[in-house]
Design a protein around this ligand. Sequence first.
Ligand code: EPU
Length: 424
Amino acid sequence: MDRIVVEGGVPLEGRIEISGAKNACLALMPAALLSEEPLTLTNAPLLSDIRTMTALLQSLGVEVSGLQGGHVLAMSGASVDNHTADYDIVRKMRASILVLGPMLARYGHATVSLPGGCAIGARPVDLHLRALEAMGAELDLREGYVHARAPGGRLKGADFTFPLVSVGATENALLAATLAEGTTILRNAAREPEIADLARCLRAMGARIEGEGTSEITIEGRDSLHGATYPVIADRIELGTYMLAPAITGGRVELVGGSRELVAAFADKLEAAGVDIEESADGLVVSRRNGPLKAVDVRTEPFPGFPTDLQAQMMALLCVAEGKSKLEEMIFENRFMHAPELIRMGASIDVHGGTATVTGVERLKGAPVMATDLRASVSLVLAGLAAEGETQVKRVYHLDRGYERLEEKLRACGARIRREPDDG
Ligand code: EPU
């Protein structure tokens, strides 16, 4: 296993290119199951989660090519011959459940392992299943698998209201509804940019969809979809993470391919904390030349609110901001695993249930640290960039799930960061 070693204290200066969005790509890839014709995604990120989804699709018979060093992923669903998503792959990544809707819609049956909990919370899939049931699916939960069947071989359009906003459940229902018989209305749907990206891609494949980006999406089912070539949207969480790099170290970084509308609520908080953000011809420029950072309160919410996927990274910044900040995590019940690690670096944080109170300290100090999820891990890298001395972040495989060429991108801006083998 590898670790990342950061020597802190260097103000970052330079340009970082934002990659395609992991969470958009993970929802777009299962769309290949909806058509006999090829779906080609460009701007796909080179990440281990994308390789896991590739392996899952291949296990179902989807032919996948590309992506070795490039960012093009060509998929053909012409010879899908297995309709069971096995536990051994699904357990590695919860987004695997996204093959259920499209497989059921195209073949009339599908069997998918239940993903189980994960480090940040229990994360059930009941909403995915309820939406598919509303479309007529008959579900049987046996031996850890969902066995799903559409009576008569085809799902039926439905008017379904999500009892709570779920990104994944909206995606699964949207994928399935494109091939259902009749019209589906999804109410209280998630409004994340990744949902809009999926809807645009499905439309490029011939689907009839309206209202994406709002909480009511209408889909008129088609008999079949055709192939398409589609570019994956920029990763707003990678963007927000790298916006924090010059914010926490001081300095100035241009985020190429970024746009404010992808991270508006987050950008507002960053400005309130004393960070400058400007739009440029190529993206966004973030800088903090002088002056202290100031405390701000943050509450995570579904889009367009402050994203839960940037809460850990924002906490790292607030550890060195003047005053007391309150962070409320409203989406996941156990998403403060970075707090004890940041405390080991000298931060002052009190966690009570879903609320963390951070009292800014003048400086963090390097330490060996480790986290159990992706965003927590990257928050420790950010803290390490600002800390005095050396920080070692262990269990780098979490970072490789969501950040393409992390060390390379940060090093290009002057960061002293390297990856090395870790036997401990
Ligand atoms: N929920 C249910 N039942 C369900 C589905 C969700 O109770 O059937 C609950 C969840 O437990 C959670 C809340 O609803 O408390 C919201 O979960 P959501 O379904 O929106 O999350 P997700 O689709 O599982 C995606 C991202 C996450 C991101 C969340 C929230 C992907 C692959 N994952 O997860 O990304 O945190 O939306 O924005 O798109 C990450 O990239 O680090 C990450 C965890």
